[in-house]
Design a protein around this ligand. Sequence first.
Ligand SMILES: C[S@@+](CC[C@H](N)C(=O)[O-])C[C@H]1O[C@@H](n2cnc3c(N)ncnc32)[C@H](O)[C@@H]1O
Length: 283
Amino acid sequence: MASYPFATPSASRGPRAAPLTSEPGIWQELTSNQQLHTQGDRVSDDYRASHCAPGYGAHYRKTHESGYYAALWEKIEIPLILGVLRPMGGAGRNCLDFACGTGRITNVAASVFGEVVGADISKSMLGSAQVPPNVRLRHVDMTIEPLGETFDVVTAFRFFLNAEDRLKRDALKAINAHLKDGGRLVCNVHMNATSPIGLVCRLLNRLFGRTIRNTLGAARFSELLTASGFIVEEMIPYGYLPRPGNLVPGVCEALMEPFEKASRTLHVPGQLAQHFLVIAKKR
Ligand SMILES: C[S@@+](CC[C@H](N)C(=O)[O-])C[C@H]1O[C@@H](n2cnc3c(N)ncnc32)[C@H](O)[C@@H]1O
């Protein structure tokens, strides 16, 4: 895998584990779907408030129930995350899921760690979370109010892309402070700046003269992590199938896995993957 630009042992290993069974949903009708679509995973001036609207948690869960995001989650992300977390886990080890939202990653972590804490600033997101007994959910902004405990591993998914730069730095500082010595941060970036859709987003941002969609590249994120007291150990690109908006959800589901396998077999450069997972050690 030496010619693979994001080459890592894990990327070549292509961890595969049985997906978790689908989470039971508590769906609520949305009052203003349009309004909700303009928040959360899009550009936001105040990311702390972006997922706090009533009903947003239910909307977020629904987004991951079908189409591209569901296929990515079930076929690619769950096996990948399990493959990364399992060797770090164990009955006597604990994990914090920072910005846990509706508990997607929290639940995966709960299957491999003895104890898990999920922390989020949004009551709406936490209200949609269903977690097993070894999980404690905390409604807190850890960048302001420390939890008073430390962890072997901290996970943080779908957070750094859209958080403002100041919040990115504050979150990394808080995460670092909540890690035990030598502990690890496992996180992701869900719009790689060098992927095809990432390039389109950057082009649109330039054409419109403002940020329509955020992108974040591996080099920039590495710099941030290093400046925040981490040593980047691995970057694992994934999600090679570009997301065609909300179109053809069935096609995405069918193509996701073969496309991923073919991309790995053909050693498609990691820069072209839409997402990447990062493992970073507390310095
Ligand atoms: C896109 S969601 C990701 C949720 C979950 N990690 C996942 O992958 O499904 C981003 C989350 O970050 C949370 N958030 C934003 N600022 C935060 C902060 N300062 N502390 C804790 N959570 C925060 C939001 O409330 C939201 O639930």
